[in-house]
Ligand binder design. Sequence first.
Ligand SMILES: O=C(O)CCC(=O)C(=O)O
Ligand SMILES: [Fe+2]
Length: 246
Amino acid sequence: MSTAKATRRKTDRWYSRVESGDWEAITTEVNEYGGALLPQLLTPEETVEIRELYEQDGLFRSTVDMGRHRFGEGRYRYFNAPYPEPIERLKQALYPRLLPIARDWWTKLGRPAPWPDSLDEWLRMCHDAGQTKSSAILLHYGEKDWNALHRDLYGDLVFPLQVVINLNEPGVDHTGGEFLLLEQRPRAQSRGMATLLPRGRGYLFTTRDRPVKSARGWSAAPVRHGVSAVRSGERHTLALVFHDAA
Ligand SMILES: O=C(O)CCC(=O)C(=O)O
Ligand SMILES: [Fe+2]
């Protein structure tokens, strides 16, 4: 990375917001639960601005009707790359913080960790492997909409952590619409966790699987995520996945 780029990164507000988190506590939390709340990443004004991008067709490469694919009910849109500034900068600022957690997880699982130090380099690896499509998503849920439990896997190359940001105020703009994590424990029944995402805060969670302690060391527990039915109002979220799609 050029010095100019490194300096800009350390002085930009996206970087400061990510750095305002207690990353030791976040790491402990995500290691325990497979999910952890992050600091405020977007101001209320920015959540409105990003919500409003939903109507700008030119910003998106495709739109998915979740009902038609039996992914739940609601719609989402894949942003075109290059991304609008907040999305690009937040991904860039988050990646170096997620990287040590990802490497630690893969070490525990005895897997080689393929992720280089920079996000640009990692995305180049994805592109070289045929995963060339952008993966940041803007989702919109109305009353009764929901998101089926799933994993955002788009090819062999996977970054094991991702971030979602609620662009609405829970309890005010919507009721219901809790973010759900389902962890399939080795040789045991699954553990569920529901979180009402505060507006503008990030939520970090497991993309595919994560290490859980077992009698004989570490086992990989597959984790799915989804969203419970929105009971009233509207909910928009910004989903930041760190690998690109095939
Ligand atoms: O809307 C949400 O809270 C979850 C969206 C989702 O599936 C994701 O962030 O990958
Ligand atoms: Fe997802």
